[in-house]
Design a protein around this ligand. Structure first.
Ligand code: HEM
Length: 519
């Protein structure tokens, strides 16, 4: 009898213990920033902020709030003040990344997923600093000038393919940066394969497409024949190895040639000892730069085109400014950019209205932190809701409208009557490029690429809606976006008309002159 009783007692104890553990799953711990009520087991799965929508939770709970999903705590920041206090000022303990099983399986050691105290991350950032310091005029180099000219010629030749021309030039600028190689055609080239591989990677990392392995680590032990996701990981890994491995090998084989000698890979390979890295490290770092830089400029340029197609008066004002400074007898150069206030304002407005990475790339805290009396626990996933920051009507008048002129009177585009209790001190121009230690290392080159292309496109062409029904900034600017991933504009077409014959001639002449660098 006593034995029966103790079995019963142990069984009930275990039952109560399990129940309390299940009950606690997805519950918000005391001391965390507040947030919407959690639901049984699923917590706040349905409460993540979305693009095109104001962040109701930020308005209810404040600019730092928390979401609880299973055993993960997400801390969402919805003001520049919070970003500065948590991500910038406490950068030494808010720069880690969340490592998921699938990402590790496909990417292996990768600069974007490594923590900031890892050897690979440190040498990768050091290498890119070394590269940029020795290439301060990269965007003015012949290879970049050739690329800018080819983009215009491609549009002259087949304006209906504007979408793929933009994708090609973006990848080609990144392969120039990383491997010293331009990609002069899209179809069948590494440029097209880059987008196919990026799509495969996005699909495989999407949590909806595989079982919750990080939640139930025992699933890692399922044999490959029953775990289809393992086979898919191998396929994606294989595709990436063919693409990036080929580009890397080609670069290493031609290290003596003029074009490859100044690439990121070339700098790394020439300085392996100084950077304390191996050839494999250099390969892995170059993969990461391709992953992060390959399509971001394309996304920006496509959004810029959608913005001017939808706002012809802004396009006309920008063209008038260019015509006054540059005229129609020569093309603009990056030296003209500082003297073009409206075009600079227009670029800032594109970043604001549709930020390329609207929720940043999530970071993870490396220790318990304090903010406004709340505890942000070690391991919390830190998300910047850039969309909300840039669409906050307390800061921006009529935030849903495209109005570059807002930046002519105020560096950050703020409304004139910002209320005294709204904190504006901590804003900065480059919020779109992330925060803290992990801020985008490609920012300076990305801004030069964007500046040159925006000036060139406005100087050369006038964009307007065509009869296809596409080209609407609200609909076509993006495919649905997941937290931490860049927007993907949907394919669209528009009318593209060269502004006059003289400009057509200048573009063709420049391109012919630059052909020597197009290999
Ligand atoms: C419009 C253009 C671009 C935008 C808006 C952009 C934005 C971003 C953002 C938001 C991050 C995450 C930063 C963080 O974790 O806080 C990032 C990371 C990164 N970006 Fe960019 N980026 C752009 C272009 C580029 C280019 C052209 C390159 C390189 C050629 C590049 C290389 C990287 C790398 C390597 C990282 C990972 C940094 C790390 O994890 O430590 N990006 N970028």
């Amino acid at each position: 009898m006593a034995a029966h009783l103790s079995v019963f007692a142990i069984a009930s104890g275990a039952f109560v213990f399990c129940l309390s553990r299940i009950w606690r799953i997805s519950k918000r711990e005391k001391g965390l920033p507040p947030g919407p009520p959690t639901r049984f087991i699923f917590g706040n799965v349905a409460d993540f902020p979305k693009a095109f929508q104001r962040d109701q939770s930020a308005q209810t709970y404040g600019d730092v709030y928390s979401l609880q999903v299973f055993n993960s705590t997400f801390v969402i920041m919805a003001s520049a003040t919070a970003v500065k206090a948590i991500m910038d000022k406490q950068g030494q303990c808010t720069g880690n990344r969340l490592k998921t099983y699938m990402a590790t399986r496909v990417l292996g050691q990768h600069l974007i997923t490594e923590n900031t105290d890892s050897r690979l991350w440190k040498i990768g950032r050091k290498a890119v600093r070394m590269f940029l310091d020795s290439n301060t005029a990269l965007a003015r180099s012949p290879a970049y000038q050739a690329e800018f000219a080819q983009f215009l010629v491609d549009i002259l030749d087949s304006p209906q393919n504007l979408f793929s021309h933009t994708k090609r030039t973006s990848v080609s600028l990144t392969t120039s940066f990383v491997y010293g190689k331009r990609l002069t055609v899209y179809e069948g080239s590494e440029a097209e394969k880059f987008f196919e591989a990026a799509q495969l990677l996005n699909d495989i990392l999407n949590p909806a497409n595989h079982p919750p392995i990080d939640l139930l680590p025992a699933l890692q032990l399922v044999p490959t024949r029953w775990a289809s996701w393992k086979g898919r990981c191998e396929r994606v890994k294989g595709e990436r190895n063919v693409l990036y491995g080929g580009l890397f090998r080609e670069c290493t084989d031609s290290l003596t040639s003029e074009t490859s000698s100044s690439s990121l890979v070339a700098i790394m390979l020439k300085n392996l000892d100084k950077l304390n890295m191996t050839v494999n490290d250099a390969k892995s770092i170059s993969d990461a730069f391709m992953d992060a830089g390959g399509d971001t400029s394309a996304v920006f340029i496509l959004i810029f085109i959608l913005a001017v197609v939808n706002n012809p008066s802004c396009q006309a004002r920008a063209q008038a400014e260019l015509d006054f400074l540059v005229g129609g007898d020569r093309m603009p150069t990056l030296d003209d950019l500082p003297s073009l206030p409206y075009i600079n304002a227009l670029i800032k407005e594109v970043h604001r209205i549709r930020p390329v990475v609207p929720f940043g790339l999530p970071h993870q805290s490396a220790q318990d932190l304090q903010y406004k009396g709340y505890i942000i626990p070690n391991g919390a996933i830190l998300v910047v809701n850039l969309w909300e920051i840039y669409h906050d009507p307390r800061l921006f008048e009529d935030p849903e409208s495209f109005k570059p002129e807002r930046y002519l009177n105020s560096q950050f585009g703020f409304r004139e009557d910002v209320e005294i209790d709204v904190d504006t001190d901590d804003f900065r121009d480059n919020l779109s490029f992330g925060a803290g230690r992990r801020i985008c290392p490609g920012e300076s080159i990305a801004m030069a690429i964007i500046g040159a292309n925006v000036m060139n496109l406005l100087w050369a062409f006038t964009f307007s809606k065509d009869k296809s029904g596409t080209g609407n900034i609200d609909i076509d600017a993006f495919e649905p976006v997941q937290i931490g991933i860049s927007f993907k504009p949907r394919p669209f077409t528009c009318n593209v008309v060269v502004r006059d014959d003289k400009r057509r001639e200048i573009i063709r002449d420049l391109h012919a002159h630059m052909c020597a660098f197009s290999a």
